[in-house]
Design a protein. Structure first.
Length: 351
C-alpha cells in the first residue's frame, strides 16, 4: 500500500497563462524594427554583452544572436555557452529558468533577460514548498530534476539534466543501482523510464505546449505523407512519442532534419524551431504536428506564450537600462550550482 507521501502531489499551475494579446511580435512602427536591430547590436558591443537565445524565441532575436557572436541553442548549450564566453554580461532570451541557470553557473557575471515575466508551466508546476518535502519523504532516491525548474528546486536536487542528456544521465545512475525521484515533466520522465528501465518515481507536471500535440491527428497526417519523418520533443505525450522517427531535444531535432535523407518532416515541438530548421535544411519541407486546435481557447498552438514575450523592444530596453537582472540568493545559488555543474561535467565526460 502506498502512503500519501509516496505519491507525487498533483500541482496545478499557480499563475495564469499570459493572455493572448500580451505576447507575440509587437506591431513595429515603420523603420522601428531596423532601428532596434541596429541599436541592439551596438549596445551588445558597448556593454560587453552577449545574446544567448533559445530556438523558440522570435526570429529577429535568433538572427541578432547569430550575427553578434552569441548563440541560439537548446537549454543545455545555452547553459554551457555563458561559461565559455568572455562577455561580462549574458543577455538570456528565453524563459526564467534559463536566465537562472545562466546565473547559477556564472555567479560573477551580470545576467539580464528581456522580460522577467516569461515563465514555464513545468517550473510553475514544481513549487519548492511542495517539492522539497516530497524529496524529504524519499531519502532513498537520487533526485534528478529537469533544467525547467527554479533555483530552489535545483538546490534540492542531486542532478540537473536537460532533454538532450536525460536518458544518458539516468542510464548512468541506474547502472550504479540508484533509484530516482524525477521532476517535473511527467512525459519526459515516463519516456526516460521506458527507455532506460530505471526505477523512477515521477512528479506530475507538464508542458502546456507539448502536451497538446495529438496522436490521432498526427497519425492521419503521417499516413497522408508517408515520405515524412516525424520529429518529436520528449515533453510530448507517450502516444505522440510512439509515432516518432526521432525523439530528441531541440538541437537533436534540428540535427535530424539536416542529416536524415527525408525531404519532408512533421515536427512536434514549438514552431519557433522552424527558423533554424529551415536554415539547417533549406531544401526540405517542415510541417507542424497537429495540436489541440487553432481556436480562441488554444493557449499554446505549438508556440510557447512565455517564449513569445521576448521581443526587440524589451531586449533593447534591458540593454539600455540594465533592468531585469537575474539574482539567485547566495546559499540557494551555491547548492543549485552543485547539481547543475554535475550536468555540465557529465557532458564534458567527467563522471
Ligand atoms: P530543449 O532543451 O530541448 O531546448 O528544451 C527546452 C524546452 O523548454 C522545451 O520546451
Ligand atoms: Fe516550458 Fe513548454 Fe514553454 Fe518549454 S515550451 S519553456 S517546457 S512551457
Amino acid at each position: 500500500m502506498s502512503s500519501p507521501a509516496d505519491l507525487p502531489p498533483v500541482i496545478l499551475r499557480d499563475a495564469p497563462f499570459p493572455s493572448p494579446g500580451s505576447v507575440g511580435h509587437p506591431d513595429y512602427k515603420p523603420g522601428e524594427r531596423e532601428q532596434l536591430i541596429g541599436e541592439i547590436k551596438d549596445l551588445l558591443q558597448q556593454k560587453n554583452a552577449v545574446l544567448v537565445a533559445h530556438y523558440y524565441t522570435d526570429e529577429d532575436l535568433q538572427m541578432i544572436a547569430d550575427a553578434t557572436g552569441g548563440t541560439v541553442a537548446d537549454s543545455l548549450e545555452m547553459a554551457r555557452f555563458g561559461n565559455r564566453h568572455p562577455a561580462t554580461t549574458l543577455v538570456v532570451a528565453g524563459v526564467r529558468f534559463m536566465g537562472e541557470t545562466a546565473k547559477i553557473l556564472n555567479p560573477e557575471k551580470t545576467v539580464l533577460m528581456p522580460t522577467l515575466q516569461a515563465e514555464c508551466s513545468l517550473d510553475l508546476g514544481c513549487p519548492p514548498d511542495k517539492f522539497i518535502p516530497f524529496c524529504d519523504a524519499h531519502p532513498d532516491r537520487t533526485v534528478v530534476v529537469y533544467a525547467n525548474t527554479c533555483a530552489a528546486v535545483k538546490a534540492r536536487a542531486d542532478w540537473v539534466v536537460t532533454s538532450s542528456i536525460a536518458v544518458d544521465v539516468v542510464r548512468h545512475l541506474d547502472a550504479h543501482g540508484e533509484k530516482i525521484l524525477w521532476a517535473p515533466d511527467r512525459y519526459l520522465g515516463d519516456y526516460v523510464k521506458r527507455v532506460t528501465g530505471a526505477n523512477m518515481l515521477l512528479w506530475q507536471a507538464s508542458c502546456i505546449v507539448h502536451e497538446r500535440f495529438k496522436a490521432e491527428a498526427l497519425e492521419i497526417l503521417a499516413r497522408q505523407y508517408p515520405d515524412a519523418a516525424v520529429l518529436v520533443h520528449p515533453e510530448s505525450p507517450q502516444a505522440v512519442i510512439a509515432l516518432a522517427d526521432v525523439v530528441g531535444s531541440t538541437t537533436q531535432l534540428i540535427n535530424a532534419a539536416r542529416t536524415l535523407p527525408n525531404r519532408r518532416f512533421i515536427v512536434a515541438t514549438d514552431n519557433g524551431i522552424f527558423y533554424k530548421m529551415k536554415q539547417a535544411a533549406p531544401d526540405k519541407v517542415f510541417m507542424e504536428a497537429p495540436s489541440a486546435g487553432e481556436g480562441a481557447t488554444c493557449e499554446s498552438c505549438a508556440h510557447c506564450p512565455w517564449m513569445a514575450m521576448n521581443n526587440l523592444r524589451n531586449l533593447a530596453e534591458v540593454l539600455r537600462t540594465g533592468r531585469n537582472e537575474i539574482h539567485v540568493p547566495g546559499e540557494i545559488g551555491k547548492r543549485a550550482l552543485r547539481a547543475t555543474q554535475r550536468m555540465v561535467d557529465f557532458v564534458a565526460g567527467k563522471h
